[in-house]
Design a protein around this ligand. Structure first.
Ligand code: NAD
Ligand code: TYD
Length: 362
């Protein structure tokens, strides 16, 4: 039975990946989820898999090389899928060093531990072992407002935020391992994700949460920055496909040609909420565009991201399947059905964070 070591599996994309993998492979695989459980890691996301015999959770910091080595020593790991990271740009602006530590040093320690476990004395690797590093399109920097300009796998790295710089650093380390040690790995660089279990510090869940609560909707700058949104289910399927069918040593961009200005996203969320809330729901009263509030821009705010997914489509046959209008409905429906989840994650530390980020701006 193939064993996966998943890092950051208690976060947004990692937990969606674990659900996807168990739905697809059932009892044919084993998953070990290693997560430090920062503010972004939430075991509630994985409640439904907890009782499985082929699932294990280990609380550990990926920077703790001894702890990671021990996991490799005690288990025969065939695949690593590395999600664990600090992931929010605004937090990286206020506290960059935690991003360098987890994203760069943590990836370095994952690579060292995997190499130690896998590399044979002659420098080769056992058949089938693979490491997939999950990264972002933000490493490529910002595109002009030209509809023909896209990020390709060959686009030079030009990160601007401490988040994207730390992810670029981690990508470079993976590339260095592939070049130096013939380390069997792939990198995926994906566009902005949305969907179930996303922490409400990111644009889409934050707007859904605030609109339902009748709170202001903080739009940065002129609201015309463009992001390329992908439903998380399409991303995790792409990750599995890259590990199954990708050529080792290659990078694959993942994105669904769904570019929208932030203000369009916010307005779509409002109109979709109005469409989906029952006629007699009192929240219909306040879910209106009057909540939109333009606030001071993010420092160094990248203007536009857009992925050209040509390589993954041509080589691997991956295509997005959930288009935005459907994806946003599925996401809102999930938040309707999981109000308790939202209540739990928005209590305590999140409230302090919200006050710190938006207190002076709103
Ligand atoms: P997230 O913030 O929701 O989850 C991150 C997870 O990593 C959490 O469970 C957290 O507890 C864990 N973690 C953080 N530091 C750790 C450490 N030192 N040791 C062990 N675990 C630690 O992030 P996400 O949105 O699910 O993103 C997952 C990955 O995908 C990241 O590498 C991110 O850069 C990448 N990515 C995200 C997006 C997006 O739109 N969210 C898009 C492209 C790529
Ligand atoms: P975010 O979800 O933080 O993702 P990223 O910065 O990684 O792309 O932000 C998406 C876009 O939405 C980005 O242009 C910043 C903007 N934004 C707002 O306008 N208001 C908000 O409250 C947040 C969190 C983001």
């Amino acid at each position: 039975m193939r064993t996966y070591l998943v890092t950051g599996g208690a976060g947004f994309i990692g937990s969606n990946y674990i659900h996807y993998m168990f739905e697809k492979y059932g009892d044919d695989i084993r998953i070990i989820n290693v997560d430090k459980l920062t503010y972004a890691g939430n075991l509630e996301n994985l409640k439904s898999v907890e009782g499985r015999d082929n699932y294990t959770f280990i609380r550990a910091d990926i920077c703790d090389e001894a702890a990671i080595n021990k996991i490799f020593e005690e288990n025969e790991i065939d695949r690593v899928v590395h999600f664990a990271a600090e992931s929010h740009v605004d937090r990286s602006i206020t506290d960059p060093n935690v991003f360098v530590r987890t994203n760069v040093m943590g990836t370095a320690s994952m690579l060292a531990a995997a190499r130690k476990a896998w590399e044979k004395p002659d420098g080769s690797y056992p058949e089938g072992v693979k490491f997939l590093h999950v990264s972002t399109d933000e490493v490529y920097g910002s595109l002009p407002d030209d509809p023909d300009a896209y990020f390709y796998e060959t686009t030079p790295y030009q990160p601007h935020s401490p988040y994207s710089a730390s992810k670029a650093g981690s990508d470079m380390l993976v590339k260095a391992y592939m070049d130096t040690y013939h380390f069997p790995a792939n990198i995926t660089n994906c566009s902005n994700n949305y969907g179930p279990y996303q922490f409400p510090e990111k644009l889409i869940p934050l707007m859904i949460h605030n609109a339902l609560a009748g709170e202001k909707l903080p739009v940065y700058g002129d609201g015309k920055n463009v992001r390329d949104w992908l439903y998380v289910g399409d991303h995790v399927r792409g990750i599995d496909m890259v590990q199954e069918k990708g050529r080792l040593g290659e990078t694959y961009n993942i994105g669904g040609h769904n570019e929208r200005q932030n203000i369009q996203i916010v307005k779509t969320i409002i109109s979709t909420l109005r469409e989906m809330l029952p006629e007699d729901d009192p929240r219909r009263e306040h879910v209106t565009e009057d909540l939109i509030t333009y606030v001071e821009d993010r420092k160094g705010h990248d203007r536009r991201y857009a992925i050209a997914p040509d390589k993954i489509r041509a080589e691997i046959g991956w295509e997005p399947t959930v288009f935005f209008e459907e994806g946003i409905k599925k996401t809102i429906q999930w938040f309707f059905e999981n109000e308790e989840w939202m209540k739990n994650v928005t209590s305590g530390d999140y409230e302090k964070y919200y006050e710190k980020m938006y207190g002076d701006r709103l």
